[in-house]
Design a binder for this molecule. Structure first.
Ligand code: ADP
Length: 357
């Protein structure tokens, strides 16, 4: 069993608190992603789990052992970094074997593990090459191979794909997901990229300023964000936030008086007469005549088109709504031009309300 459990964990650097009251139970074999903007404490948390940083306060358990004071080499973990950290003078085989040699693993066992890992990662033909003779993607595979041969219970990965170009990143993303399923290990993966988080994680921890904002499955984060930060961070392009006043159960403002459907209709009563952020994702706004959203008087926004960004299948239309900007993802063939007055239709069941502060 390789559950990883953090209880009331803090990390302080002098006066700076990088991680505050971090509580999380990562289950055996889970693929857990830490995501958030730069500086929010993701790497620090991962490094505390690895044993590369001391824990200022709180408890870390791996399996059923308290690990706070256990040296990194005895934690049954392997870490993969973004810069690969391969030894330039060693070939691929030696790079992968190195950690095992240090541990005095028998030669035949080393050979077996290196060749198995090379096979899984499809780098068998590269075993004699030096790192400088490899592409970025191949180097990243070797770095993964070096972790795999250790057969750890927990893999820790810190932005392992951020040095790869966009196409390779997408490819390696699915490779790592497959690897996770095949190895049956626990993975803790740090990224600032919400798309990586959404596509790879079984669960995701969204962090901000050293504090966990929400821990959830990708779809729950998307559907039920707990606060405006999570709502704005997950999804691409991100959720629109429009200032609105609640009147008669409707979000009202210049160009709209929208009646939410579903659970929000109930909870919006508590905001009657108040100003709120109305949240709506670009993909839940369509254009009259080009969208599957049925039209009624309570889901229309009248606005002026400012920018049109055709992407083929869809077009991002940026509109002005009395000084506020809104992005709608509409049908790629909708004939819109900057300056047009348009009627947008929102999906009333996909609206959110957030407090102004
Ligand atoms: P992330 O990985 O989310 O980008 P980090 O965990 O690297 O964030 O950093 C979290 C915070 O801790 C930042 O404010 C950073 O400046 C601070 N920090 C990280 N390492 C140190 C250090 N060695 N000394 C002082 N402050 C640090």
């Amino acid at each position: 069993m390789a559950d990883v459990i953090l209880e009331k964990v803090y990390k302080r650097y002098g006066k700076v608190t990088a991680v505050t009251d971090f509580n999380l139970h990562i289950h055996d074999r889970e693929f857990m992603v830490f995501v958030g903007p730069s500086g929010c404490g993701k790497s620090t948390t991962l490094r505390m789990i690895a044993g590369l940083e001391d824990i200022s306060d709180g408890t870390l358990r791996i399996g059923d052992r308290v690990m706070n004071d256990v040296p990194p080499k005895d934690r049954d973990i392997a870490m993969v970094f973004q810069n690969y950290a391969l030894y330039p003078h060693m070939n691929v085989y030696e790079n992968m074997a190195f950690g095992l040699r240090l541990r005095k693993t028998p030669k035949a066992e080393i050979d077996k593990r290196v060749r198995e890992a090379a096979k899984i990662l499809q780098i068998e033909h590269l075993l004699d090459r030096k790192p400088k003779e490899l592409s970025g993607g191949q180097r990243q595979r070797v770095a993964l191979g070096r972790a795999i041969v250790r057969e750890p219970k927990v893999f820790l990965m810190d932005e392992p794909l951020s040095n790869l170009d966009a196409k390779l990143r997408v490819e390696m993303r699915s490779q790592i997901s497959k690897l996770h399923r095949r190895l049956g290990a626990t993975v803790i993966y740090v990224t600032h990229d919400q798309v990586e988080a959404m596509t790879m994680g079984t669960r995701i921890v969204v962090m901000r300023d050293g504090v966990i904002q929400q821990v959830d499955t990708p779809l729950n984060l998307y559907d039920n964000p707990k606060n405006k930060f999570v709502a704005g961070f997950i999804g691409s392009p991100s959720m629109n936030f429009v200032t609105a006043t609640v009147q008669g159960g409707r979000f009202t403002g210049q160009g709209f008086a929208i009646l939410p459907a579903g659970g929000l209709a109930q909870s919006l009563r508590g905001y009657e007469g108040k100003q709120v952020w109305m949240g709506i994702r670009p993909e839940h706004i369509g254009m009259k005549g080009y969208t599957a959203i049925p039209e009624d008087a309570t889901n229309v926004i009248r606005a002026t088109v400012e920018v049109v960004e055709p992407l083929g299948a869809q077009t991002d239309v940026i509109v002005d709504l009395g000084g506020q900007t809104l992005i709608a993802k509409v049908d790629g063939h909708a004939p819109v031009r900057p300056g047009d007055q348009v009627e947008l239709l929102v999906d009333r069941s996909r609206l959110y309300a957030f407090d102004m502060q």
